[in-house]
Design a binder for this molecule. Structure first.
Ligand code: NAD
Length: 324
């Protein structure tokens, strides 16, 4: 069996690929994996075991239909992680987000039809639902994205729906909450704070830190994505949650403690434009229908991640650019 993974050199895609190659997904112990990744600033071949005999790496752009038509034939399944993923960047460079996330996804689906791919998982985000002050979103919630990142992901979700309805392409969409784990680019909150604190620097906290996020370990997210691939149904949407809500202030408190720093290491900065106040998912559908259960408790997961960044400065120091 051959599985193609887009964005497989990024944070979550590479975790999925490493887990599959390690033989941890039953039935996929012999699967041949092809990664297609453009290697933007967020893609990193150091995230992948490039010399693994069951891995083929193709540097390529999902907005390039000719490349996709060359690479895709022979693959039965596609797991689509590739995206521009950082909200802050989308405030300044929205066109790149529209291009990769919407047009790139549409090109990928076209190529999947051309190549006769049997199943696609389109990996999306809870941010497509907007912000919710109380309660939690089910999959039926309207799409009310607030950032250009979220709008472009919502556009890709609508492409998934349209290619299923119009062309009969088997696409399952997953929408996950905020991920944390090893190999996450230090632009994102947890690795940004951890790498700065471990370097003896201050960390920037947006506004009063009251924004609430639900955190899921990347391994649980990937497990949910794989369940959608193997047990999910065509055209369905599955929320993937972690179950642990924290304000950014509470998360900062935990990271300060784990890194041995105090509140004097925190700088309060102006709030992000259009900053969503709270995200919260109702993921009972994937739990009840596909047997999903997040396995990593936040306390242990965070402690392990901080230890990973302590042990692997070779990985993150080159990514800090001028601010190392
Ligand atoms: P990431 O930014 O770490 O990785 C994205 C990868 O996609 C990179 O390797 C990059 O090189 C590649 N890429 C970007 N543009 C491309 C293009 N045009 N063609 C081919 N490859 C391209 O992102 P991530 O955090 O690993 O997120 C992966 C997916 O999961 C995204 O679709 C994101 O929207 C979704 N998601 C992320 C989170 C999170 O908390 N990080 C939560 C829910 C959903």
């Amino acid at each position: 069996m051959r599985v193609l993974v887009t964005g497989g050199a990024g944070f979550i895609g590479s975790h999925y690929v490493r887990t599959m190659l390690s033989g941890s997904y039953p039935g996929y112990e012999a699967a041949q994996v092809t990664v297609v990744d453009k290697l933007t600033y967020a893609g990193n071949t150091a995230n992948l075991p490039l010399d693994h005999p069951r891995l083929d790496f193709v540097r390529g752009d999902i907005t390039d239909p000719a490349l996709l038509r060359t690479v895709l034939p022979g693959h039965r399944e596609v797991v689509h992680f590739a995206a521009e993923s950082h909200v802050d960047r989308s405030l300044e460079r929205a066109a790149e987000f529209a291009l990769t996330n919407v047009v790139g996804t549409q090109s990928l689906f076209d190529a999947c039809l051309y190549a006769g791919v049997e199943r696609v998982v389109h990996v999306s985000t809870d941010e497509v639902y907007g912000s919710i002050s109380q309660g939690s979103w089910t999959e039926e919630w309207p799409l009310q994205p607030n950032s250009p990142y979220a709008a472009a992901k919502a556009g890709s979700d609508l492409m998934a729906r349209a290619y299923g309805r119009t062309h009969g392409l088997d696409v399952r969409t997953t929408r996950c909450s905020n991920n944390y784990g090893p190999y996450q680019h230090p632009e994102k909150l947890i690795p940004l704070f951890v790498t700065r604190l471990l370097s003896g620097r201050t960390v920037p906290l947006y506004g009063d830190g009251s924004n609430v996020r639900e955190w899921v370990h990347v391994d649980d997210h990937c497990h949910g994505v794989h369940l959608a691939l193997t047990r999910g149904r065509a055209g369905e949407i599955y929320n993937i949650g972690g179950g642990t809500e924290l304000t950014n202030r509470e998360m900062t408190e935990r990271l300060l403690e784990l890194c041995g720093a105090g509140w004097d290491s925190v700088r309060h900065t102006d709030d992000r434009k259009g900053h969503d106040l709270r995200y919260a998912l109702d993921d009972s559908k994937i739990r009840e229908q596909l047997g999903y259960l997040p396995r990593t408790r936040l306390d242990q997961g965070l402690a392990d991640v901080v230890q990973w960044y302590r042990d692997n400065p070779w990985w993150w120091k080159p990514l800090l650019g001028g601010r190392g």
